[in-house]
Design a protein around this ligand. Structure first.
Ligand SMILES: [Zn+2]
Length: 241
């Protein structure tokens, strides 16, 4: 699988559905580069690195995490760059780092609702032996927002929250007017049965309108325009009571 180009300095490895692998971004500065999300496993990171080397791009110095969900974070044990996550994301990573991966412990988490069936299934497809899972915490944490200077290009990590997960972070690259949103736009499958909370979706849309971007990149999607995104969200909001 190859990197897809968004702009001259921004690329991504496409998402795949079988084991719910999200897109993994690459933002290329003149001094440093940044990986967007850590993927769902060391195998996913290896695929990313092969595609990156094919382009002749350097190893990312930083890895920005969009939210705590396994598919975006369980590759953290295999990345080389410093991992940057929101304080809330890191709190959940700390909890997951203590999880046991025995059949018994996995079944119990499904019982308590700590884990959901969709993810449990995908984890079992991604890992022949879930006992090999190693969850790590971040190297750098922040609250609110943090800006990383990659050299002539900046990544602004903005805590946007939204309907999907309260820790969601958007990564905005002002020089290219690109916004990586992770899964922030989606509904919450852990606490709201995969249904939208109207107020959260409305607030999320208003927050998006404030950001001066042209290309919108979802965690499991392909590039879209701001116009399409706002139009879609307005329609979704109008369907909710
Ligand atoms: Zn998610």
């Amino acid at each position: 699988m190859n990197f897809q180009k968004i702009t001259e300095r921004i690329y991504y490895l496409p998402a795949t559905e079988e084991t719910d692998r999200p897109i993994l971004g690459y933002i290329k500065g003149t001094k440093h580069s940044l990986m967007l999300d850590a993927g769902n496993s060391p195998a996913h990171v290896a695929l990313y690195n092969a595609a990156r080397e094919e382009m002749g791009f350097q190893t990312p110095d930083y890895v920005a995490i969009t939210h705590w969900h396994w598919d975006h974070t369980y590759g953290m044990c295999a990345v080389e760059g410093k991992v940057i996550a929101h304080e809330l994301t890191n709190q959940q990573l700390k909890i997951m780092a203590s999880w046991k991966w025995t059949e018994e412990a996995m079944a119990e988490r499904l019982q308590t609702g700590e884990e959901i069936e969709f993810c449990d299934n995908c984890i079992r497809l991604e890992y022949k032996d879930p006992g090999q899972i190693r969850v790590k915490t971040a190297d750098i944490t922040f609250n609110g927002a943090i800006t990383i200077d990659l050299g002539d290009i900046h990544c602004e990590l903005i805590h946007i929250g939204g309907p999907h997960s309260k820790d969601s972070v958007a990564v905005y690259i002002p020089e290219e007017k690109v916004l990586f949103i992770g899964d922030a736009e989606g509904p919450d499958y852990y606490h709201n049965d995969g249904k939208y909370d109207k107020n959260k979706l409305q607030k999320f849309m208003e927050d998006l309108q404030e950001i001066d971007f042209e290309i919108y990149m979802m965690g499991h999607g392909t590039p879209d325009t701001k116009e399409n995104t706002i139009k879609y969200l307005e329609e979704e909001i109008s369907k909710l009571s």
